[in-house]
Design a binder for this molecule. Structure first.
Ligand code: PLP
Length: 408
């Protein structure tokens, strides 16, 4: 059994220097009435906290560590790169090879640009889509999260992550003027928005599997339906695969569901634990990026050799060892079966959504297919379960919608 932290000294210090305290899990710890545990190291499936407790980690640091923490392939690649390239401001072979690797793995990407995070990737993709279409509006889905950038993200159903306090100076909590929002899994709503804004919509952006609502799965025909609307109306379809890319299959959700978007955004796994993001798509669209096209895009550290080395080690491993995905899926299926049995025994109401190695437990007995149904998960039950598991050394991911999000 895990002991409560002896001292919360670091937690106190963080309050003074970091607005809002340390990174996002703190919010979740607070939501369940506790202070965060500070981790000192992680290896394979385990994390170790400052008080010497060991946890089995089921969030993969929110997604990137598909091979567990500190995988040898990535560690070796980084160690080999560091002596030659702590800083590098010139083109390197590694950036080209990384781009070729991504293009070879992701069906919808013919050309790709490297950035430093998923947020940058989505913001860049939206800018390029606007440049390409000459239109400014776009459609996003309630509850989908596309990073902490402003404008198109503001409010739009992204809950705790993007909402500020209403009416605070400088905080816009309404939906940005050129963002139209639709409920997930509702093609009719999308068609209605498109019809009401004929010729004005640059892009439809979504998480093809909505990990940030807990986990909401696209209903049969939803992704293809969006593809058809976009083809008919000259709209750029953007799959934000920051969470699903290289996770649900080596080619991401678009490979799993057989629907190819015009643009794709990537993050998390792509860096093997280093800060890397990327966005890409059809060559015709990506050629709008400067200097070939008018949309400026550059980044001091984008494509830096250390990050590229880590990313390439991770992606090559996944490409060359496709059995990883079947193994992860089997593990997830076993865990779901165990949790289902456990919940039934406890008499707790629950709904589990799962795709491949990602699954989520909502504390509700209703099907969860969109933002509204995701919100019916019972906060108190969620807190109880989260804390009970933490005490047993099982570190689950508390999603902002009071569902437990788990990726094996
Ligand atoms: N898009 C999706 C679908 C995400 O899940 C995230 C992060 O959780 C982002 C974008 C933002 O990525 P980052 O946190 O690397 O900026």
């Amino acid at each position: 059994m895990i002991q409560a932290p002896v001292s919360n000294e670091l937690f106190e210090r963080a309050q003074h220097t970091i607005p809002g305290g340390v990174n996002s899990p703190v919010r979740a710890f607070r939501a369940v009435g506790g202070n965060p545990r500070f981790m000192v190291s992680a290896k394979g499936p385990y994390m170790f906290d400052e008080d010497g407790n060991q946890y089995v980690e089921f969030i993969n640091s929110w997604g990137p560590m598909i091979l567990g923490h500190a995988p040898a392939v990535v560690q070796e690649a980084v160690m080999a790169a560091v002596p030659n390239s702590l800083s590098f401001g010139a083109p390197t072979r590694k950036e080209v090879e990384m781009a070729e690797l991504i293009v070879s793995m992701v069906p919808g990407i013919e050309k790709v640009r490297m950035v430093n995070s998923g947020t940058e990737a989505t913001m860049s993709a939206v800018r390029v889509a606007r440049g390409y279409t000459g239109r400014s509006k776009f459609i996003k889905f309630e509850g989908c999260y596309h990073g902490h950038g402003d404008s198109f993200l503001i409010s739009a159903g992204s809950g705790a992550i993007t909402l500020g306090v209403p009416d605070s100076p400088g905080v816009t909590t309404g939906v940005a003027a050129d963002t139209l929002t639709a409920p997930y899994n509702d093609l009719n709503a999308v068609q209605t928005l498109v019809d009401a804004n004929k010729g004005e919509i640059a892009a439809i952006i979504l998480e093809p599997v909505a990990g940030n609502m807990g986990l909401v799965v696209p209903e049969q025909g939803f992704l293809q339906g969006l593809r058809d609307i976009c083809d008919k109306e000259g709209i750029v379809l953007i799959f934000d695969e920051v969470m699903t890319g290289f996770r649900l299959a080596s080619g991401g959700a678009q490979q799993l569901y057989g629907v190819t978007p015009d643009m794709t955004t990537l993050g998390k796994i792509i860096g093997g634990g280093m800060p890397v993001g990327a966005y890409g798509g059809k060559a015709e669209i990506m050629n709008y990026v400067a200097p070939a096209g008018p949309v400026y895009q550059a980044g001091t550290l984008s494509g830096n050799p250390i990050a590229m080395s880590a990313g390439m080690a991770m992606l090559s491993h996944l490409k060359n060892n496709p059995e990883v995905y079947a193994q992860l899926e089997q593990t997830a299926a076993r865990m779901v079966a165990g949790m289902e049995a456990n919940m039934q025994k406890l008499g707790v109401k629950f709904t589990i959504n799962r795709v491949g190695s990602m699954f989520s437990i909502f504390f509700t007995d209703k099907p969860v297919t969109d933002f509204e149904s995701a919100k019916t998960s019972d906060t108190a039950l969620f807190g109880k379960y989260f804390n009970a598991m933490l005490k047993r050394g099982i570190y689950l991911a508390p999603s902002q919608y009071e569902a437990l999000f788990i990726s094996t």
